[in-house]
Design a binder for this molecule. Structure first.
Ligand code: PEP
Length: 244
């Protein structure tokens, strides 16, 4: 069911001591309400630390990527089954930084989502257009192409996805889509998800979400929470966004 979900994407940040401080502030400060959840997606080496720290808290955790393969000769890769052993609930797939810097195609992202589902984890599937694509007015076709690839792979499991709309031009730039701009794209995604029998999927917005813009974004009809990068590294900011 659609609830409010706010997920922190730590990206390649952190360290054992800094993580411990951040996690203890999150544990102390987070009071879950009905239908409200938060999670942190952390670099692989810190999964054991996060699993131990959050084990008896209501805060979930996950990884920022996953292999599309189950096992084998894929040096440097991490499988969904391995993530499951660390108690991960989520794996982000298709983040624009993976698409841009590591060549993750729509087909690869779909295969990663399918592998994640097969291990009982929830993929957080990121879709979003570049600035050039927005200027060329192809936002809708880009995000639907990205989503359709995953829906085709997920089949009946589509309802188990979380989807994050993250306009590439808003990630880490301080420039956010206006609530109305984001809602337009979320509504398009919701319609497509409904057609796949997955209308209740949580649809997150990501891209420079901060405490001062979260309330307006999350008030939109089809925005169910956020995927938060920079602001997830500061407990006070992340908690303020989660409470928005
Ligand atoms: C992200 O990394 O998914 C993200 C949205 O980053 P930021 O909040 O820093 O824009």
């Amino acid at each position: 069911m659609r609830g409010k979900l706010v997920v922190g994407n730590w990206k390649m940040n952190g360290g054992l001591a800094a993580n411990a401080g951040l996690l203890s502030e999150l544990i102390a400060g987070w009071k879950p309400g009905p239908g409200r959840q938060i999670a942190v997606c952390v670099p692989y080496p810190y999964l054991a630390q996060v699993a131990a720290a959050l084990a008896s808290s209501p805060i979930a955790w996950g990884a920022q990527d996953v292999s599309e393969h189950a096992s084998g000769a894929y040096t440097g890769e991490v499988s969904a089954a391995m993530l499951a052993e660390f108690g991960c609930r989520y794996a982000i797939v298709g983040h624009s930084e993976r698409r841009q810097y590591y060549g993750d195609t729509d087909a690869v992202v779909a295969a990663k989502a399918v592998a994640t589902l097969a291990s009982g984890l929830t993929p957080i599937v990121c879709v979003g257009e570049t600035l050039a694509e927005r200027d060329a007015r192809v936002t809708e076709s880009v995000v639907l192409r990205q989503l359709d690839a995953v829906l085709a792979g997920a089949g009946a499991d589509a309802a188990k996805l979380v989807v994050a709309y993250e306009p590439v031009w808003a990630i880490g730039t301080g420039r956010t889509a206006s609530p109305a701009e984001a809602q337009v794209v979320h509504a398009v995604l919701r319609t497509r998800l409904a057609r796949a029998g997955a209308a209740q999927v949580s649809l997150l917005y990501g891209g420079s979400v901060k405490p001062d813009n979260a309330t307006a974004l999350f008030a939109m009809a089809d925005i169910d929470g956020g995927l938060i990068g920079g602001a997830s590294l500061k407990a006070g900011e992340f908690l303020a966004i989660a409470r928005a």
